[in-house]
Design a protein around this ligand. Structure first.
Ligand SMILES: NC(=O)c1ccc[n+]([C@@H]2O[C@H](COP(=O)([O-])OP(=O)(O)OC[C@H]3O[C@@H](n4cnc5c(N)ncnc54)[C@H](OP(=O)(O)O)[C@@H]3O)[C@@H](O)[C@H]2O)c1
Length: 242
């Protein structure tokens, strides 16, 4: 059985990823940080639709201590793929950002994903093939004012994926980043409607992405045939900022 863990499965993009992977035959760990009820509802709906597959809700706050990360990974059934669709941001000048918030953004977006990969690797490399996909951002390639720390975290993921892909390529474990532009999810809800219109006006495709525009590429990277693409960052941005 093919089983993936989708971190951030309760998010706008994470939900679309779960829908697409379930329809492609994957069993899933449906991860949340706070929204336990939402994770359970997603898992129940998918279980009803795909009764031959397993859908298991799991909870882990990425602000957890190292021992909790180890305990979490030790409690998992074997997985063939890990998708990192969790993430946080903060629209603020660096000088106005609390030091705690700087730590949190880097920990949730970058540091803990790197630690979890280290912990998951022994299980992943046992399979015939395995996949890791990180959700990056166009801001990882072209830094954004007011989101400098977030941009840093996403740039870090791209370089980590490139370097780590070279460590594990011979074990048939591919590691890639899908980097969206602006997506119609809760993450952008703090932006005023006028600001969103302004962003939309800058996107050559003329619209924001929907979750399924992004999940399509995640599903494709998890496919058994996507075995020779690794270490890459794929920008899925409607032509924006690339
Ligand atoms: N939306 C965009 O325009 C956009 C653009 C480029 C890149 N991205 C990237 O795409 C990914 C998904 O974004 P999205 O728009 O789907 O975001 P979203 O709707 O805000 O969802 C965020 C997800 O992250 C989880 N999360 C939040 N804090 C966490 C923590 N402390 N520990 C572990 N998980 C935590 C949330 O879990 P709970 O629901 O349990 O809180 C939720 O599942 C992120 O990496 C984001 O940076 C998004």
């Amino acid at each position: 059985m093919q089983r993936a863990i989708v971190f951030g499965a309760t998010g706008g993009i994470g939900q679309a990823i779960c829908t697409d992977l379930a329809s492609a035959g994957w069993s899933l760990y449906v991860h949340c940080s706070q929204n336990w009820q939402k994770a359970c509802t997603i898992a129940q709906k998918l279980s009803r639709k795909y009764p031959q597959q397993d859908f298991i809700p799991v909870k882990l706050n990425f602000l957890a201590k190292n021992d909790e990360l180890k305990e979490f990974v030790n409690g998992l059934l074997p997985v063939n793929a890990a998708v990192f669709a969790q993430g946080i941001t903060d629209y603020n000048f660096v000088s106005s950002q609390s030091l705690t918030r700087v730590d949190e953004i880097l920990q949730v977006n970058l540091t803990v994903p790197v630690k979890l990969i280290g912990l998951l690797e022994p299980a992943l490399i046992k399979n015939d093939y395995s996949r890791i996909v990180f959700l990056g951002s166009v801001y990882g390639g072209s830094g954004s004012a007011m989101e400098a720390v977030y941009s840093t975290s996403k740039a870090g993921l791209a370089r980590f994926a490139q370097a780590y892909a070279r460590e594990v390529a011979s074990a048939n474990l591919t590691v890639n980043v899908v980097a969206p532009g602006a997506v119609n999810t809760a993450m952008n809800s703090m932006l005023a409607p006028e600001a969103m219109e302004e962003v939309k006006g800058e996107i050559p495709a003329g619209r924001l992405a929907e979750g399924k525009d992004i999940s399509y590429w995640v599903k494709t990277l998890l496919d058994a045939q996507s075995s020779y693409l690794t270490g890459q960052t794929i920008y899925v941005s409607g032509g924006w900022l690339i």
